[in-house]
Write a protein that binds this ligand. Sequence first.
Ligand SMILES: [Zn+2]
Ligand SMILES: [Zn+2]
Length: 144
Amino acid sequence: MNAGEAFCGECVCGAVRFEVSPPSRWCLHCHCTLCRKSHGAPFVTWFGVGKDQLRITQGESEIRWRDSSEHGRRAFCSACGTQLFFVSSRWPGQIDIVRALVDGPIDRAPSAHVYVSYKADWVDIDDGLDCYPEEYQSTRQRPG
Ligand SMILES: [Zn+2]
Ligand SMILES: [Zn+2]
């Protein structure tokens, strides 16, 4: 992709579609229990952008939000159940987007694993990326 080019994503049923304007702030693999269980996955890859960089282009009325922790809310498609977004009062102005919803490239690769202290026993991390036991705020928030 060309630098500065928007990238698009959608849920599995296609009801919800969105467009993201780069640059993203970070891209990380999250091993926390909430991610693993709500996505039915060994871990979940997210990237973060400013809320004003995300534009819902279709299916806004299908998006449901639920409280997933004291500080966090998660969005999913009510038609197909695909997990879509995460926001937190800890990082106001930021929205986290599930990387797998974007079929094509984005402007960065995943840089680290976070919440590794909650990692599933049956998952081995052998990609050489840095691992953090919990949140690594400076990774998460650092632009670039
Ligand atoms: Zn859907
Ligand atoms: Zn997580």
